[in-house]
Design a protein around this ligand. Structure first.
Ligand code: GLU
Length: 463
């Protein structure tokens, strides 16, 4: 059974890189008919917040990354970690260490001055025939893992290929602090073991933890998962992706008017490919996804491509869904658009012309409330001959059959009567009706706006 997990630490928003990790772990489980588990790694009490947990849950829900189990919270599993620590102490695979923080610092300082890599010197590590110092009174010991002293840790990383680390490189790391709280690498292993994770798919900022975690698995006699470490995501400029690059939080993409399917499709192509396929559904993605086609090198963010995908999915999106989104965004600006029955038709008119949902909401605005073109804009576009033409048009529109072909006919007759060309009338008309000189086909705009709004707005600039 394939079981993957996403294990974010709730110390901030759901980062776009984290979302890609979640997407790949999710897709791998879906591809193989397995399970995807959400685990919140909240043991860093000082940095974890309930808001960040919520941001993770919101981001996953928005993207539609449904999990089959969880969310599990590490803080709720403390008893289990402590139980495993007791078992390891009893089995001799872990031992108490009384070295104080000051002593550790002095040890590291001395090592650095000898140009050695700073590491725990093993003074409390039990060895046959070795006499340990007497435990200092009143000191609560940390617990250290007894890492194998010799040999290597090797695994075939599903993304990076074979990796081998000499055990001599790894010191005996702390698995529980003096106050009894278990440490990060330890909790991850107990969780991955208990949750029967078959494939650990995570960012390559964790690749240095993997040899320690594998040694822990072995010491526990637990079956080893497979590991795949995803390369990091770089910004448009090739630097590590950060806030400087604009949106990095998944929910910020929502705010900026991206559709979740565009973000998902975009993330799926960040470091993974399936032939030339650029646009695909999540169903297709799950049926294609494998770890063999992930690039080991860093993936570079490309905002233009994301925008292109967003425009692509906007064009395809259902009009009533877009109308619901638009209403929500307008409500956020204090505009109540619920009375606008034709909003889906407005969406159909504009969805192929905008880059995001916020632009779509802006475009819908004049269809919901009367616009007030500025006096400068009116002065610029409404010459006397134009006013005269608008007056003729208004008379025709008052009793025209309210359908695009008849409206178009009324415009054409007006042009003929006044001896002017289409833009000379259509552009001022757009300014009057929408407070902007560009729009989709003018007859379609008239049709959707409706007789009352059209005639009322024209009339208001003529009186
Ligand atoms: N909690 C870790 C993080 O947010 C992930 C740990 C893991 O995937 O093993 O970076």
């Amino acid at each position: 059974m394939i079981r993957t997990r996403f294990a974010p630490s709730p110390t901030g928003f759901l980062h776009i890189g984290g979302a890609r990790t979640a997407l790949f772990a999710w897709a791998y489980a879906r591809r193989h008919g397995g399970q995807f588990i959400l685990r919140i790694e909240d043991t860093d009490v000082a940095r974890s917040t309930p808001e960040a947990v919520q941001a993770i849950l919101d981001g996953m829900a928005w993207l539609g990354l449904e999990y089959d189990e969880g969310p599990y919270y590490q803080m709720q599993r403390m008893d289990r970690y402590k139980e495993v620590i007791r078992q390891m102490l009893a089995a001799g695979s872990a031992y108490p260490c009384y070295t104080s923080a000051d002593e550790l610092e002095a040890m590291r300082e001395a090592q650095r001055s000898r140009n050695e890599k700073p590491r725990y010197d093993g003074c409390w590590r039990p060895e046959t025939g070795k006499r340990l110092p007497a435990p200092p009174a009143g000191v609560l010991p940390a617990v250290r893992f007894r890492n194998p002293a010799e040999g290597v840790v090797a695994w075939h990383d599903l993304v990076k290929g074979p990796i081998t680390i000499a055990n001599a490189e790894l010191d005996d790391f702390v698995i529980a602090r003096g106050d009894g709280t278990p440490t990060y690498n330890f909790c991850v292993v107990v969780d991955d073991w208990d949750m029967k994770i078959s494939h650990v798919i995570r960012g390559d900022d964790h690749v240095n933890n993997t040899p320690r975690q594998i040694n822990l698995f072995k010491a526990l006699g637990a079956p080893l998962p497979e590991y795949g470490h995803l390369s990091m995501i770089l910004g448009d400029d090739g630097q590590k992706l950060s806030k400087r690059h604009g949106a990095v939080s998944v929910m910020q993409y929502q705010e900026e008017g991206y559709l979740p399917e565009a973000v998902l499709n975009y993330l799926a192509r960040l470091g993974w490919s399936h032939g030339d396929a650029e646009t695909f559904s999540m169903g297709e993605f799950c049926s294609w996804f494998d770890l063999d086609h992930i690039t080991a090198s860093a993936a570079q963010f490309n905002t233009e491509k994301l925008n292109w995908l967003n425009a692509h999915y906007l064009k395809q999106a259902d009009d009533s869904r877009l109308a619901t989104e638009t209403l929500r965004r307008l409500a956020g600006q204090g505009v109540d658009g619920s009375g606008c029955a034709d909003l889906p038709r407005v969406m159909a008119l504009y969805k192929g012309r905008v880059a995001n949902l916020n632009e779509l909401a802006d475009a819908a605005h004049p269809f919901i409330v009367a616009v007030h073109p500025s006096p400068e804009l009116l002065a610029q576009h409404l010459s006397d001959p134009v006013r005269a033409a608008l007056r003729t048009l208004l008379a025709k529109l008052l009793d025209a059959n309210w359908e695009a072909p008849a409206l178009s006919q009324a415009i054409k007759e007006t042009l003929l009567q006044h001896g002017i060309k289409m833009p000379q009338l259509a552009i001022p008309l757009r300014v009057v009706l929408l407070a902007q000189p560009q729009s989709p086909a003018i007859d379609a705009v008239l049709e959707v706006l409706g007789r009352e709004a059209v005639c009322g707005r024209i009339n208001s600039v003529l009186v």
